[in-house]
Structures are given as C-alpha cells and as structure tokens.
Design a protein around this ligand. Structure first.
Ligand code: SF4
Ligand code: SF4
Length: 267
C-alpha cells in the first residue's frame, strides 16, 4: 500500500479528543492546568499465551497483572488529555501553542502507533486533499517512509511499556480498581486535578526509584484486585461464571466513574 500525505493545517485533529499521553506528558499536561482522564480496560488472562502470539505480547507489555476474584487479568490504563472543542494548546491560527513540547501522539498523527492497525485515511480527520497522490510519500509498500515518525512510534511504544508500573502505582494511590472489559468499552476516571497531579508525581517517582521492579507483584496473593464492569448484563454473568468480580452499570444510575460503552446497554 502506498499513501502520500501533507498536513493542510486544518486543525481538526486538535479538537474534541481524549489524547493518549505518556506518564511524563500527563504530568506536564496537568501541570499546565489542563484535564487528564484515566481510561481503564481489563483483559481476562487465565493463562500466559504462546510466545508467538504477537497480539497478546503487545497487550501484555502495555498492561499490568491483577486478579479479579479468582480470574487472573491484565489491566490497561490510558492517560488522556481530555477536551471538548479545541485543544487548550491550540492557537487561533491553528498552530500548536506547545509545538516543541507537544505529546508524541501529536507528532505521530496520522500514522498509527498500534502495530496491528493499518493506516486508513478514511478513519482520520484529515481532509481528502491532505491525501492527494503526488504529495510527500508517507507509506510505501505499507511501510512508513519517514524515519523520524518511525522513531517516534518506537518511543511511544517503549513509553507504553515503561509506564505500566507507574500506572499501576497511580491507580493504587487513587483507589482506582474498576475497568471495562477490553473491546467492550472503557471506564473513565476523572480525579480532581490537584489530587491527580500529586498522585502522578508520587507514582512516577516510585517507579523511577524502583525501576518498576518493586511495583510488579510476583504472586497472585500480592496482585491488585480489580473489578470488571459492563453495561451488558450477559457480559457480567459470563465474567462471574469464570470467577471474576463483575458489576452491571445501570445507565440511569450514579457511579463515581463514567462508563464509555461501545454497545447499547442491556439489562
Ligand atoms: S497539543 Fe498541540 S498538536 Fe496536540 S492536540 Fe493540542 S494543539 Fe494539537
Ligand atoms: S487533521 Fe490532518 S490535515 Fe488537519 S491539521 Fe490534523 S494532521 Fe493536519
């Protein structure tokens, strides 16, 4: 697959987002007075997959181990800079106000970070003219032409792995232990800004001191306990039937988190 691309500076990719951030970027984002939300999803992990299962390896490296009842699980935590409308850093001329310090994901867009997702111009916010054949080559034979962007993607994936212990510590500090079933939705936690800033500082300092080693619990007894929630009763029943802790999210009820489901609620 060959794709040509040139940014038109339309600014669409800087609006209405939950922008994935590394722990260091989240610290800077909150430090600038902006909102960071914590998205959590959980994967049932009854046994370690085969070594040649690359998709599982990808999920494993960006998650941490937990128990849900008697079911082993992996928890994926995504820190996001959240904003409705324009990004708080977007200037009136559609230029980035923190260009030199902008997050990795902004530098990489519209390329894909996930190695299992193919770049599809139709799924991007860029206008059709940004993809006009004859512009700068972006992909050749399905591979990124630009070595700088390829390097940034590697940095982003490495940060995903390196940040997992700090994210585990962050959730422990904030008392966050609820996640959606992966591929069914996300649980969105929105701690108060000052509380989040203090917890992020503490979690990243702890992870830096230990290199993450002390934060990785070696036995199932020491693993953090997490609960799965779903807006679909059948999902909760299935999870509970395999020993997990599950709870149904009533769309009309009040919860200390937001449930962002990909499917309609079903009681
Ligand atoms: S940080 Fe800059 S590049 Fe990223 S979304 Fe905001 S304005 Fe756009
Ligand atoms: S949406 Fe695409 S074309 Fe528009 S500013 Fe973002 S990267 Fe550039």
């Amino acid at each position: 697959m060959n794709i040509d691309f040139e940014c038109t500076m339309c600014g669409k990719c800087c609006h209405d987002l939950r922008l994935p951030l590394t722990v260091a970027e989240a610290l800077a984002w909150v430090g600038r007075g902006n909102e960071v939300q914590i998205l959590c999803e959980a994967l049932p992990w009854p046994e370690e997959p085969a070594a040649d299962n690359l998709q599982a390896a990808h999920k494993r490296r960006r998650s941490f181990a937990a128990m849900s009842g008697s079911l082993p699980a992996r928890i994926v935590v995504i820190l996001t800079g959240a904003f409705a409308g324009p990004c708080p850093n977007l200037q009136a001329d559609m230029r980035c106000g923190i260009y030199e310090a902008r997050p990795l994901v902004c530098r990489i867009y519209p390329a894909e970070i996930n190695p299992f997702i193919e770049l599809d111009p139709a799924s991007k916010g860029c206008p059709p003219e940004a993809w006009t054949p004859g512009l700068a080559p972006l992909l050749r034979g399905g591979k990124l032409v630009d070595a700088t962007t390829a390097g940034l993607i590697q940095r982003s994936r490495a940060a995903d792995t390196a940040d997992a212990p700090a994210k585990q510590a962050l959730c422990a500090l904030l008392g966050i232990d609820v996640a959606a079933l992966a591929n069914e939705g996300f649980v969105v936690h929105s701690p108060q800004r000052a509380v989040l800033l203090a917890a992020l500082e503490q979690a990243s300092a702890a992870a830096a001191v230990t290199g993450g080693a002390a934060l990785k619990a070696p036995t199932s007894e020491d693993l953090p306990v997490w609960r799965f929630v779903s807006n679909r009763r059948a999902t909760v029943d299935t999870l509970e039937s395999v020993g997990a802790l599950g709870a149904w999210v009533d769309p009309a009820g009040e919860t200390p988190f937001q449930y962002l489901g990909f499917y309609p609620a079903a009681a």
